[in-house]
Design a protein around this ligand. Structure first.
Ligand SMILES: O=C(CO)[C@H](O)[C@H](O)COP(=O)(O)O
Length: 218
């Protein structure tokens, strides 16, 4: 089964968490694109969505779903998103699409975070995928030096400006054996807005699609 097909399978499985009449949180990326297509085909009537990026907002509006401001929504039942890597504890690396900060905000507002992945995203220990770190532009070089001191090799994702007007450093070769600790350590660097580790608050459910079907890890 192709990777795209696996993403579509995981996306269809996530529909089980969409309650008719609810407001849902929606992530960003190609798996989320497949989810939005599946949601449209399902005709489940949702009351609106909290979006994690301008790209997702456009897609959701395109299928007639209202975008709700998180400030007026309170907590929501479910957040549905993809990931770049997941480990056996449902801890994630996210941010390959550069939307990590808003993704983490919406995930935090949700009682249940459902993560849709294809088999290629499964790892024993996080860190093969470079860790995205969103930084305030004036702090780019300072933060990069601090990340080197932590053992990483940051590469500036040149040309990308996030929806929040910031920059992204992709950090290679960090030791992520203790991802909770590293998530906190990086967050403490002045100038860091957010990092792509979702370890303090992992996914509640991972739907991993492979050749044998969709595995539900919860
Ligand atoms: O974190 C993300 C975007 O910031 C995505 O969830 C992640 O990059 C996975 O993307 P895809 O579904 O295209 O494989």
């Amino acid at each position: 089964m192709s990777q795209l097909r696996q993403k579509q399978e995981a996306a269809r499985a996530a529909l089980e968490w969409v309650e008719p009449g609810s407001v849902i949180g929606v992530g960003t990326g190609s798996t989320v694109d497949a989810f939005i297509t599946a949601l449209e085909e399902s005709r489940i009537p949702v009351d609106g969505a909290i979006s994690s990026s301008e790209t997702t907002t456009q897609r959701l509006r395109g299928i007639g779903i209202d975008i709700v401001d998180l400030n007026y929504a309170g907590d929501i039942d479910v957040y549905i998103d993809g990931a770049d890597e997941f480990d056996p504890h449902r801890r994630l690396i996210k941010g390959g699409g550069g939307a990590l900060t808003r993704e983490k905000i919406v995930a935090e507002a949700a009682r249940t975070f459902v993560c849709m992945v294809d088999e290629s995203k499964r790892v024993g220990v996080l860190g093969a995928f470079p860790l995205p770190v969103e930084v305030i532009p004036m702090a780019r070089s300072l933060v990069a030096r601090k990340l080197v001191a932590l053992g990483g090799q940051p590469i500036w994702r040149e040309g990308l400006v996030t929806d929040n007007g910031n920059l992204v450093l992709d950090v290679h070769n960090l030791d992520l054996v203790d991802p909770v600790r590293m998530e906190r350590t990086i967050n403490d660097i002045p100038g860091v807005v957010c990092n792509g580790l979702f370890a303090i608050r992992p996914a509640n459910v991972v739907l991993c699609a492979g050749s044998g079907g969709v595995e539900r890890i919860s």
